[in-house]
Write a protein that binds this ligand. Structure first.
Ligand code: SAM
Length: 261
């Protein structure tokens, strides 16, 4: 990942940490609980969450595992994660700064390694998966959750164009077929897979990226989205709702097993 892109990520997430973690939060507590259930954590697990942001997933996992770590590039996100940890009095978790492309851990350090809604920020998703695989013990598990882009080229391009106007730190939302090919490349066996439709408010989604309706990037993204209504040309299944638009992110959840050597 280029230094420029990493700088953009840190600027973007330092700016949006409050919206992201407090007033335009992505997942309801029910959806977070659903993700924890999907992951099937074990009480003996040493767990790592990569690109943990404000730490909601590792903090939710902490009550179900032996120890949960979170790592992220953005300092402000880590401060927020530590604040949530203190408020919730969670003892068996720790947050540290680091790069998903170069995880600062020895090989086979963790039983469980997750990454939620962050692959689309990675310029080199294959390198990130390689690192996640490296730090997972043989027989250990990986959980990857992220939005999925439409398979067709035209929809894929418009979908990612709107995402990138909204958030300059967006790299590329991957297709389901791209994820599946990546898992195969690392011989990761799919133990569970779920495809979920996650309805979202366009206005909240924009707010989470720091964009009010008066912002030129809000207007640009909205115009493209409105133009995409006929034939759902960007793959967001948009529906007008008063001054808002209901959109849908197709989310893939994958529980993968690293084969024992
Ligand atoms: C959309 S947020 C998701 C945060 C969290 N996983 C969640 O679902 O709430 C993306 C996060 O990825 C982090 N990130 C992006 N690239 C990274 C990298 N190369 N290494 C570590 N963290 C990274 C950002 O700092 C940000 O906190």
């Amino acid at each position: 990942m280029s230094k420029k892109h990493k700088d953009t990520i840190q600027v973007q997430f330092a700016k949006t940490v409050e919206a992201f973690s407090k007033y335009a939060v992505r997942d309801t507590p029910e959806i977070l609980a659903e993700k924890v259930e999907f992951a099937r954590p074990l009480p003996t697990d040493f767990a790592l969450d990569v690109a943990c942001g404000p730490g909601e997933l590792p903090l939710a996992l902490a009550s179900r595992v032996r120890f949960a770590r979170g790592i992220d590039l953005t300092f402000e996100m880590l401060l927020q994660a530590r604040q949530f940890q203190l408020q919730r009095n969670i003892q068996n978790a720790q947050f540290e700064r680091g790069d998903a492309e170069q995880l600062p851990y020895c090989g086979a350090s963790f039983d469980f390694v997750s990454c939620q809604c962050s692959f689309h920020h990675m310029l080199k998703p294959e390198l990130v998966l390689r690192e996640m695989d490296r730090v997972t013990k043989p027989g250990g598990r990986l959980v990857i959750i992220d939005s999925l882009a439409p398979e067709g080229d035209a929809k894929f391009e418009l979908h990612n164009r709107i995402e990138k106007i909204r958030d300059p730190s967006h790299a590329e939302t991957l297709r389901l077929t791209t994820f599946l090919a990546l898992f195969e490349k690392f011989s990761l066996e799919i133990a569970r897979q779920a495809l979920k439709r996650r309805p979202r408010s366009f206005n909240q989604w924009m707010l989470r990226a720091g964009l009010e309706p008066s912002h030129k990037h809000y207007r640009e993204a909205r115009k493209l989205l409105e133009d995409s209504f006929p034939g759902d040309r960007a793959g967001f299944s948009p529906q007008l709702e008063n001054d808002d638009i209901r959109i849908v992110h197709n989310e893939g959840m994958f529980l993968l097993v690293k084969k024992s050597e």
